[in-house]
Ligand binder design. Structure first.
Ligand code: 5AD
Ligand code: SF4
Length: 437
């Protein structure tokens, strides 16, 4: 079969973080505005965009196996590699695999031009990092579900020694106040009830004068918007203004994802985290003081180079001290070009496996305890989709727990419920009126 020129149908597949999900949605809107038709069926697409993640090794390898699979079993579509692998590996990808387009996360507004180039048989390559030109070049938001993402900030200046993000996403840049308020309004007009503000260091957002807390207070005034969330934050950017927003803004949900990575100061220093165990715990104290019911979440890395058993034990006892409502945990993965990849004391895979198991057991224990403690609580649930059972709907609690309930409510409704039981992955609730009857 010959390669389709001028593709008519396309499929965007996003890997990794929520920023990639957002970018994937924007690429979908962009290609739809060019007259292409989105399809859920990869094998039917003339153009497949793999929106990639480079944060850990397995994510990168998955891209290459996906390309292989598309070439072998698909209808030989035009393949575009977008996202952080595209940025990190650039033209290397086209050398290693047969792809038509390589486009970095700061350049995807040029996708239509690159598709045109690829249709002429040339490699469409764009890994430039222009400052924020992409957002202005994207079409307006039209139709979204009840929960929507809004990228407010991109990039990272922190240079944690294990992390590729400062290299793939570039320096920290904040989008402007007016553009963000306009996009938030457009999202609400298009059906969003909840907006999650996104950034690699979302709480570093600033327009020079105002902080993320001020932006949240502004979004609070949008009629029809019921919930505001934000992710991912760095401990050093938890401003007083943001903490005060947790105290004052009812729409700001009681949930904070604040990665710590490790509980030992020597490891934190080797990671170049620029916070200590203690300074991290003090921030949590301040947030809890203004919002006692806040659900805490974090990211953890086990097996950073040189991590001893005693240092790992400090991560376990930090977890015990904090009692996270949920968390993500990873084995350290050396990323080419990062300082930690060249450090002495790389940890054996079996040691990492064993540490990750103990860490996850501790996190699962705390998550189960948090969920069990929610039974009997009353709260609102934002209905996001249908469940498997007749009449069953699924949604999220303010604390980001997955909730299922039987209700006549529709997608996008906020329902008053009582949580009645806790399972390992989700909680059952009943509508308040039913509970009272
Ligand atoms: N190895 C393992 N985990 C990593 N993360 C970032 N870089 C690496 C790496 N090289 C994790 C961190 C970060 C999350 C998004 O991914 O925990 O917070
Ligand atoms: Fe990576 Fe550290 Fe920046 Fe987070 S703060 S994106 S872990 S460099």
């Amino acid at each position: 079969m010959t390669k389709p020129t001028n593709p008519k149908t396309f499929h965007v597949k996003s890997f990794g973080c929520q920023m990639n999900v957002y970018d994937g949605e924007r690429m979908t809107e962009l290609m739809a505005a060019q007259g292409l038709t989105a399809t859920d069926d990869v094998s039917a697409a003339d153009l497949v965009v793999l929106n990639t993640c480079h944060i850990r090794e397995r994510a990168t390898e998955k891209v290459y196996s996906d390309i292989g699979r598309l070439r072998k079993h698909g209808n030989d579509p035009m393949i575009a590699v977008a996202g952080c692998v595209a940025q990190a590996e650039g033209v290397e990808i086209a050398r290693r695999a047969k792809v038509d387009i390589v486009v970095g996360p700061q350049a995807y507004h040029n996708l239509p031009d690159l598709v045109a180039k690829a249709s002429r048989g040339e490699l469409g390559l764009d890994t430039d990092m222009p400052v924020l030109s992409k957002f202005g070049a994207l079409p307006a938001r039209r139709k979204v579900g009840p929960t929507a993402f809004l990228t407010v900030q991109e990039g990272c200046d922190k240079f944690c020694t294990y992390c590729v993000v400062p290299y793939t996403r570039g320096a920290e840049i904040s989008r402007g106040w007016d553009a963000l308020v306009d996009e938030a309004r457009a999202l609400v007009d298009a059906g969003a009830k909840e907006i999650t503000l996104l950034g690699q260091n979302v709480n570093a957002w600033s327009d020079g004068e105002r902080d993320l807390g001020a932006l949240i207070r502004e979004l609070d005034r949008i009629p029809g918007l019921a919930r505001i969330r934000y992710t991912t934050s760095h401990p050093n950017d938890m401003t007083d203004g943001l903490i005060e927003a947790h105290r004052d803004v009812e729409k700001l949900m009681p949930f904070l994802h604040l990665p710590v990575q490790a509980g030992n100061d020597r490891i934190l220093k080797a990671m170049n985290r620029s916070h200590s165990r203690d300074s991290y715990l003090r921030i949590l104290d301040r947030v809890r003081a203004v919002r006692p019911d806040i659900a805490l979440s974090g990211d953890f890395i086990v097996g950073f180079p040189g991590e001893t058993e005693a240092e790992f034990a400090d991560t376990l006892n930090l977890i015990e001290e904090v009692a996270y409502a949920q968390a993500f945990s990873f084995k350290y993965s050396p990323r080419p070009g990062t300082p930690a990849a060249d450090m002495d004391g790389q940890i054996a895979p079996e040691v990492m496996d064993e540490r990750l198991q103990r860490l996850q057991a501790a996190l699962n224990r705390d998550q189960a305890a948090f969920n069990a403690a929610s039974v009997g609580r009353t709260c609102q649930v934002l209905i996001e989709r249908r469940g498997k059972l007749p009449g069953q709907m699924l949604g999220k609690s303010p604390w980001l727990q997955s909730i299922h309930l039987i209700t006549d409510a529709r997608i996008g409704d906020l329902v008053e419920v009582e949580i009645v039981s806790a399972g390992p992955n989700s909680l059952a609730a009943v509508e308040r009126m039913q509970a009272a009857a």
